[in-house]
Design a protein around this ligand. Structure first.
Ligand code: UD1
Length: 313
């Protein structure tokens, strides 16, 4: 039974990971519940929940001094690109400082098997060459992307310089059950699903599309993400490496809305507004590198959406 720390462990990706590992391992979750919800976590004697922020240095140092973890997943973050444009200072504290401080803390932990950091496809920015390989040009456009990229660099550097066992992932657009739709900055698929729920109560509900809807994303279903993370932390060749976590396929937002409409047999009214500042036009992962450690996405967008709908609606 391994001991696992998951920061942001009540959030969408974190709680799914915590629930998954709690079957066979002991999991400690730290979450400030800014976007996460404790109800996302299943009732389990193997899960310990601590409400607090990763920016609280006392909390984090006490936690890591008291306990020796085998695996740490640092998923706590301000997850929205658009939100970071509104709150660059807060974003920096959560998305960069907390990582740097955590690295210093784990430097002293000799038994750690892996620290995994959640970086983002946003680091590639809008340089037009597609698909994005890990070695592609990096052109971060927003406070979010700048912090993710610099934190990711430190994470990898701490492996090479100090022997801290780290890996980083660049998430493309992750979706699935328990993604919180309640902020204007929530993931787009969670917002669309929520609109459908509202539509059954209020006929005037509509989805706000920022831009012309021809922007594209590589949407990856949560179950595939959990598989990817588990593969990475359990492989030796992933040490000090960065991996794209996507499907290798993308759809435009217009296509996405159309596909969901077909699956639900109901159209969602769409209102077009101007695009968001710092928004990326096209995003698509090259997943050759992660395929090299045995990863194969199981869910294409239709299959993922079907599963999500089964869960949520
Ligand atoms: C998303 C993730 C980010 C991750 C990145 C990796 C969220 C909130 N953001 O950013 O954590 O690092 O992928 O690629 O999960 N949109 C609308 N209407 C809405 C909401 C969004 O049109 O109501 C549009 C946005 O303008 C954007 C697209 O949908 O063009 C996707 O937006 P969003 O889900 O916020 O994701 P990203 O910005 O791609």
């Amino acid at each position: 039974m391994s001991k696992i720390l998951i920061t942001g462990g009540a959030g969408f990706i974190g709680s799914t990971l915590a629930n998954y590992y709690s079957k066979n391992h002991s999991v400690v979750v730290v979450d400030d519940l800014s976007m996460g919800k404790q109800e996302n976590l299943i009732e389990s004697k193997n899960i310990t929940f601590i409400q607090g922020s990763v920016t609280d240095r006392n909390l984090m140092s006490q936690l890591l001094e008291k306990q020796q973890f085998d695996y740490i997943f640092h998923l706590a973050a301000i997850a929205s690109v658009a939100d970071s444009v509104q709150r660059p200072v807060e974003t920096h504290l959560v998305n960069f400082d907390s990582v740097f401080y955590l690295l210093e803390l784990v430097k002293k932990q000799s038994g750690l098997k892996r620290l995994l950091f959640s970086s983002s496809a946003a680091v590639y920015g809008d340089e037009p060459t597609l698909p994005k390989q890990e070695e592609s040009v990096i052109r971060p456009l927003t406070p979010y992307a700048i912090d993710k990229f610099s934190a990711e660099k430190y994470v990898v550097d701490y492996c090479h310089l100090y022997g801290v066992p780290t890996s980083a992932v660049r998430f493309f657009n992750v979706y699935g059950p328990n993604q919180n739709p309640n902020s204007p900055y929530s993931g787009v698929i969670s917002i669309v699903m929520d609109c459908y729920k509202q539509l059954s109560k209020n006929k005037n509900t509509f989805f706000t599309m920022f831009g012309d809807g021809n922007q594209s994303r590589d949407f990856i279903y949560i179950d595939d993400v959990i598989k990817a993370l588990d593969l990475i932390v359990n492989s030796k060749e992933t040490l000090g490496q960065v991996y794209n976590v996507g499907t290798g396929n993308s759809v435009t937002l217009n296509e996405l809305i159309h596909t969901i409409g077909k699956l639900l047999d109901k159209d969602l009214p769409v209102n077009y507004e101007s695009e968001r500042e710092g928004d990326i036009r096209e995003s698509l992962a090259d997943i050759s590198k992660i395929k090299g450690i045995g990863f194969e996405p199981k869910f294409d967008i239709k299959e993922g959406l079907r599963n999500y709908i089964k869960h949520e609606l």
